[in-house]
Design a protein around this ligand. Sequence first.
Ligand code: GLY
Length: 438
Amino acid sequence: MKVLVVGSGAREHAIAKALDKTADVYTYMGRKNPGLADISKKYHVGDESDFSCIIKFAKDNDIKMAFIGPEAPLEKGIVDELAKEGICSVGPTKAAAQIETNKAFMRKLFEDYDIAGSIKYGTFYDMDEAFEFIDSFDEPVVVKPIGLTGGKGVKIVGDQLVDNEEAKEYVKEIFEQKMGGFEGVVIEELLVGEEYTIQAFVDGEHLVAMPAAQDHPHAFEGNKGPITGGMGSYSDTNHLLPFLSQEEYDASVEIMKETIDAIAKEAEPYKGILYGQFMITKDGPKVIEYNARFGDPESMNVLAVIDDDFAKISKQIVCGNLEDAKFENKASVCKYVVPNNYPNTEAADTILKVDEEKIKDLDAQVYYAAVYQDENDDVRLTSSRALGVLAVRDTIEEAEIACEEAIKYIEGDIYHRSDVATKELLNEKIKHMEEVRK
Ligand code: GLY
């Protein structure tokens, strides 16, 4: 079976690596990712929003199935365009992808279909009405642009915003800049608890959930600094998290099932990967947001422990006959290596040296992200996350230590959060949840 992977980051590297076990991988990428280039039978470097070029590459290579990694082409309707040419995709149509690409759609869906895990919110296309809502809210708020912002548009009072007055200034900015492509905003109540991710395979009707994972979105140690695409993540042997019970995991999956039923009724059947970003609160799981694709870095955690034929599962997703998916009872830790001073780095275009052999000898893995291979085959940084280093072991503690060992074999103008998935940080999370549940 041939599969075309669209995308050029570590998430797509992880997807390609998992598919490569039983399928022939072809890649269409915006930038030459050395990991993807190595795996691919053939690759093309081109504009990821140039669908005619993607279709030509697929047809030239007689490919009938695509796996869409990032959200941007989903928003632009890549799945619909490929379908017109007889190419089916692991990824939702433009209408179904609104669960990620339109935060107003997502919140209204929860309200209209009375889905559990809903929260207090308001959607506004008039700035003064948004201000009035914030003034009357009397609690700290979360401000979200309606459309896509590369994971960097959400701002929270008590974190990136000092108070609700500053939240109003941010609302003004969103309206003035039409941030995320909409002159509008979603204002939500601030949830208290611990965030976690559940990703699931969905075939339009059936949903099969993967192990839970937890990302570390803040740039700096101690969960400080700006929110980034994610600085590292972990998953546990029992597929839960140290602060998340089986009951809470099951309730979260039930919410995801209700969501796909509602998307099918309101838009179109959802096929692809559904990423649920949850907060476990004293009142149970609440949905923060959905993504219409694998998480980055969380894709690396789950795909590294999948104990099944991923290409077969992908085919079942597009054919609508999804059955089950098995995962090893192993823990995984992924740490992102980023350019120094990320996200305001000046290290872009400098050389990154990765001793892949030494890292392999340590039984750890490298997933290339926003780097590129130049004409001399040197790997160079960009201003975004460079690569994910991942280790799978019997415990989170062992996987975290292995990750740190492996990162010693990477040289360059780089930084990583050494506290990701450490015992100290996990104990803080457990303690935090004990407080929240009181
Ligand atoms: N880890 C956050 C995301 O994938 O959007």
